[in-house]
Design a protein around this ligand. Structure first.
Ligand code: PHE
Length: 437
């Protein structure tokens, strides 16, 4: 009830719930209509949003003054402003950081040539508003609309939503930066002498590991070199000029060739970004026939966790002044390391149940349900045991839920109360059969 009241209070985000007595039930019964960021959507059997996720839609941590994610955004934007200027000295990259996160299936997938049967489209991985609309799973979802608007150099910054496991580095909402740069023939070959005969495109070319069929190898190699130089420069601007890095070949449906950049930080290799040359079909579909382009995408949380020594991703959502005040500075390059105010103990509680026999079940449904009822005091949920009964063939799952409050010590009594709520909700909403030891 508390959550429901809070949502209805919220002016920007009025949720219209019909025939529903509790927020938990609402999840399955957004019967009819749902209002998100002032717009109404019809719901259907794809709707799997939860009130907790909906409550994140208007948070905009990436543009909130003094928020650590906002500082990292500003560092990246500054790098592009500094390194790409036109003849008059003005920055050439446009920055879009307030595009609404509710997008169409076309924007998030089809426009990027993601196959109809691709796993990333599944209900189990995304938050769907209805069968045609979802919360964007990456900021790349806006690539085509911005290219269609005529932009050649742009950054998109925003919140993205993915159903996932829960641990100290995964949260169902996080933030990304995407970039696109498109160049005409003259720009690509501007530093090559006697380049008049060089072309971006060739007929009867073949796709290979190195290039798409339509592109010439010389255009691709110059773009690849620019992309990698820009991104190594960005990694150096962010992590320091001595940073060790490596490139790996990658695959994305919307770029070819594609790579991933990793940097060596705190004794381990970490993935920083994915990138590649934009599939020409995407540009053609957006009305661009005379350009070749590169794109990349990166996650802000992972970077901020490195720069500020933030060990738990939930902290980005904290309203605690003990956290926020440590980032109250204007210059995003201020070197700070987050000092945990204190470390509070964890409490582990297990839950075991038989999976339903005649309705669908996925672990992600349980993670969402637990998050709904436990909120941010859940630090981790792990599937620790699975078992199939030899006779009945019924399947049993056992999950360990680790509870920890970020700002104070949690008592076992408090944790048990939440745990019991989760057990009851799992039994009634997911139709599992509890195994109470
Ligand atoms: N959208 C990709 C992701 O979320 C990143 C990416 C963006 C890769 C643009 C290539 C080009 O992982």
């Amino acid at each position: 009830m508390y959550l429901l009241a809070k949502l209805i209070q919220n002016k920007q985000l009025k949720l219209l719930l019909r025939n529903c007595s509790t927020a938990a039930k609402a999840n399955k019964k957004y019967a009819g209509e749902l209002e998100l960021l002032g717009k109404k959507y019809t719901t259907d059997d794809w709707t799997n949003l939860t009130p907790k996720i909906i409550s994140k839609l208007d948070k905009n941590l990436h543009t909130r003054q003094y928020h650590p994610l906002s500082h990292v955004r500003q560092k990246i934007v500054n790098y592009f402003y500094k390194n790409f200027r036109n003849k008059c000295g003005n920055p050439t990259f446009s920055v879009c950081d307030n595009l609404p996160p509710v997008v169409s299936v076309y924007q998030n997938f089809d426009s990027l040539l993601i196959p109809k049967d691709h796993v990333s489209r599944s209900k189990d991985d995304c938050y769907y508003v209805n069968s045609e609309t979802l919360l964007r799973a990456h900021t790349t979802a806006h690539q085509v609309e911005l290219i269609k608007m005529g932009l050649d150099n742009f950054l998109v910054v925003g919140d993205v939503y993915r159903r996932d496991e829960i641990d100290s580095t995964h949260y169902p909402v996080f933030h990304q930066v995407d970039a696109v740069r498109l160049c005409v023939r003259e720009e690509v070959f501007k530093n090559v002498c006697s380049s008049e005969s060089l072309q971006l495109f060739e007929v009867k070319g073949k796709e290979s590991e190195d290039k798409q069929a339509v592109h010439t190898l010389e255009a691709v190699k110059i773009m690849e070199h620019e992309l990698k130089t820009v991104l190594v420069g960005l990694a150096q601007a962010l992590f320091g000029s001595g940073i060790k890095y490596r490139w790996k070949d990658e695959y994305f449906p919307f770029t070819h060739p594609s790579w991933e950049l990793e940097v060596f930080y705190n004794d381990q290799w970490i993935e920083v970004l994915g990138c590649g040359l934009i599939r020409h079909e995407i540009l053609k579909n957006s009305g661009v026939n005379d350009r070749i382009g590169w794109a990349f995408g990166l996650g802000l949380e992972r970077l901020a966790m490195c720069f500020y020594d933030i060990k738990d991703i939930r902290l980005f959502w904290s309203e605690d002044s003990g956290f926020l005040n440590q980032f109250r500075f204007d210059d995003p390059d201020t070197p700070v390391k987050y000092k945990p105010i204190s470390i509070y103990p964890q409490l582990a509680n297990d839950i075991s149940f038989w999976l339903p026999v005649d309705t669908e079940y996925s672990s992600n449904d349980f993670y969402d349900l637990a998050r709904e009822h436990g909120g941010d005091i859940i630090e981790q949920i792990k599937l620790i045991d699975q078992f199939t009964h030899p006779k009945t063939k019924k399947v049993s799952h056992c999950y360990r839920i680790i509870y920890r409050h970020m700002e104070r010590t949690l008592t076992q009594k408090e944790a048990s109360a939440v745990h019991r709520k989760i057990q009851e909700a799992a039994a009634s909403e997911l139709k599992v059969e509890l195994r109470i030891k």
